[in-house]
Design a protein around this ligand. Structure first.
Ligand SMILES: C[S@@+](CC[C@H](N)C(=O)[O-])C[C@H]1O[C@@H](n2cnc3c(N)ncnc32)[C@H](O)[C@@H]1O
Length: 260
């Protein structure tokens, strides 16, 4: 874990040393972080994110995956797409995954989201996960996040080796139900640990080196641990680094206890 600015820290890391990057940068939508001010002029934000992505590209192995979780807001809906266009000279967009936080099926609803009071905007129930690679040809282990066939006759009819099909690019990953901010470590923008776990699994490399340049409370590091990888995390805020350290120690202790 590193406390500091990710562009500076990454510039001191060896080139081509990382297998998977999973990260969620500040979205420039005015969230209340401890140190970072999440409201810049749009051009300044985009230039900064291109500098971050250039640093990420330098440390990625040629066959690495970069999973970029981002969203816009109702008043700045273009931002993630503007960024994606700016990243085009650096990366191929190999997959565009939609992270669904909450969904209604018929009259039933599952998952959580932040409600919006508005007569013109819908609640935002999803975010993007842009899967960026250097070549667009990085092989993935699709079945490592696969789902069983609904119609089991597919298995013999189509000669599948196992009862698993590709999950597709819509991932329903709900937040755990929490009742106060302390359960989210007083951080305004965490993602569920299952999100980086699925990205790491999908990339499919054994014992991967996993980087999160905006690690916040260290969720990606917990995921790297759980998936048998080695996590590297960077954050500007010393309080978040301390929380990430505590979370990781707690998770390791729980894993040891569970293993007996
Ligand atoms: C969206 S949050 C990441 C949350 C993380 N995914 C989690 O689950 O806890 C973005 C983080 O980026 C950090 N940050 C902002 N600017 C940074 C910089 N230049 N270098 C490193 N971290 C930075 C903020 O302190 C914040 O914790």
């Amino acid at each position: 874990m590193y406390h500091g600015d990710c562009v500076r820290v990454m510039s001191r890391m060896p080139r081509e040393s990382v297998d998977v990057v999973v990260t969620s940068p500040p979205y420039n939508i005015g969230l209340q972080y401890g140190t970072y001010k999440d409201r810049r002029a749009e051009e300044e934000y985009l230039d900064w994110m291109v500098a971050v992505a250039t640093g990420i590209k330098r440390v990625m192995r040629p066959d690495a995956s970069f999973f970029l979780n981002i969203t816009g807001s109702s008043v700045m809906p273009w931002l993630p797409f503007e960024l994606l266009v700016r990243l085009r000279p650096l990366f191929r967009l190999q997959n565009h995954i939609t992270w669904i936080k909450s969904i209604s099926i018929g009259d039933d609803s599952v998952g959580h989201f932040k409600p919006i009071r508005s007569d013109r905007f819908l609640h935002r129930n999803h975010e993007h996960i842009f899967h960026l690679t250097g070549t667009g040809n990085v092989p993935l282990k699709r079945l490592s996040v696969g789902v069983p066939f609904k119609d089991k006759t597919n298995i013999s009819r189509r000669n599948h080796a196992q009862d698993l099909r590709c999950r597709g690019d819509s991932w329903f990953i709900p937040y755990e139900t929490v009742h106060d901010r302390s359960q989210k470590f007083h951080h305004p923008g965490t993602f569920p640990v299952m999100l980086p776990r699925m990205c790491i699994r999908l990339h499919g490399v054994h014992a991967p080196v996993v980087l999160d340049p905006f690690m916040g409370t260290g969720t990606t590091l917990l995921a790297a641990d759980a998936e048998g990888g080695r996590g590297l995390g960077i954050d500007l805020d010393p309080r978040y680094v301390a929380i990430a350290r505590q979370r990781l120690q707690g998770a390791r202790k729980a894993a040891r206890a569970a293993a007996g």
